[in-house]
Write a protein of this length. Sequence first.
Length: 421
Amino acid sequence: MSNKTTTRRGILRGALAGSAAAIAGRAAANPDPLITETQDWAIYTGDPVDATPYGLPIRFEADVIRRNVPWLTADPISSINFTPIHALDGTITPQGCAFERHHSGAIELAKENYRLMINGLVDQPLVFTYEDLERFPRENHVYFCECAANTGMEWAGAQLNGVQFTHGMIHNMEYTGIPLRALLNEAGLGAAGDLADKWVYVEGADASSNGRSIPMEKALDDVLVAFKANGEALRKEHGYPVRLVVPGWEGNLWVKWLRRIEVTDMAVESREETSKYTDVLADGTARKWTWVMDAKSVITSPSPQQPITHGTGPLVITGLAWSGHGQITRVDVSKDGGMSWETARLGRQGDSKALTRFYLDTEWNGEPWLLQARAIDETGYVQPTKDQLRDVRGENSVYHNNGIQTWALAADGRAENVEVS
Ligand SMILES: Nc1nc2c(c(=O)[nH]1)N[C@H]1C(S)=C(S)[C@@H](COP(=O)(O)O)O[C@H]1N2
Ligand SMILES: [Mo]
């Protein structure tokens, strides 16, 4: 755009874009050696096939990795790391950079050593091997998995300077699995009697076992016993060979290395659903059974790890939105800390209980902005401000912070985590 000579391509582009100001490309500059000189990659041959029998990202993308915040937890065995959502686009999270949360480390469990038991109030207790599971009709669904603690550090005010750290305890994959309903029916639920007040208790094969109670209604609805993600086997860190997928509900229920499902007539009230994963309110009482992840969104670029480096002019603002109650129907973006809102464009209509990508194709002229996004889901629920959330929940909470996030964009293109509530 600095070059004044009008090339044919320039005219064409100008005509297509309508107004010259909207052009983000540039007219052909003075001889550009990257175009006019033969480069090494055109002189020498590249790697043969099989150089990497299982491909890894090219070295220039070596920054796009999970990261942890060492001071958050006492020990990396019972810890968390974060998906680099600032650097991703679209909606599917590659397994290799999808966040991990373990209570006693990621275990290695071979398919041949895998057993899944269904017991309790069933007609016939059963044990399935991995091969047994492969013989049930399977389904494919895309769902997000969000740890209830995602954004938990931000309750009292802005803390961590990067969307990877504030919002990266989330991933979104296409799962292949068997409806839990099919396995429960195989064992037979006649013995359970009235199902309305029954539960299933699910636990993993790792030392922590991560046991959780799930109401029967949910267990018979959309819960999957999954063995593939994004087309391939689950990674060890995500529960190989089999994990539970509990759509829209907090990540803690998504039991990895799933080993047992017990049909019960009451909730077990395990550690993970009493002393943990409950929300202490202002008066000291705790909310429990807060399973659903409410609608939430965040701008992933620009953001602290993703400053604007291309200067003023056309700018694509993008981010993610999701709701545990269903589809995202609208995402709004504010540049002035929530005083005025523009409706963003959805990359495509997202699936129910899955990440939705949004874009706001706009123009930035170097002015400081207070960038926010707010999600609206199919129930009409609107993502709250942090103050609205604190009015209801007080300040003792860690889990279930879905408040609106603010990035302060400065004239130099850098963005910082600030609170505007
Ligand atoms: N068996 C087992 N399942 C588990 C856990 C665990 O430590 N052990 N962690 C839970 C928590 S708290 C979360 S948020 C999700 C994280 O899934 P991921 O590691 O695939 O991201 O797994 C859940 N399932
Ligand atoms: Mo979690």
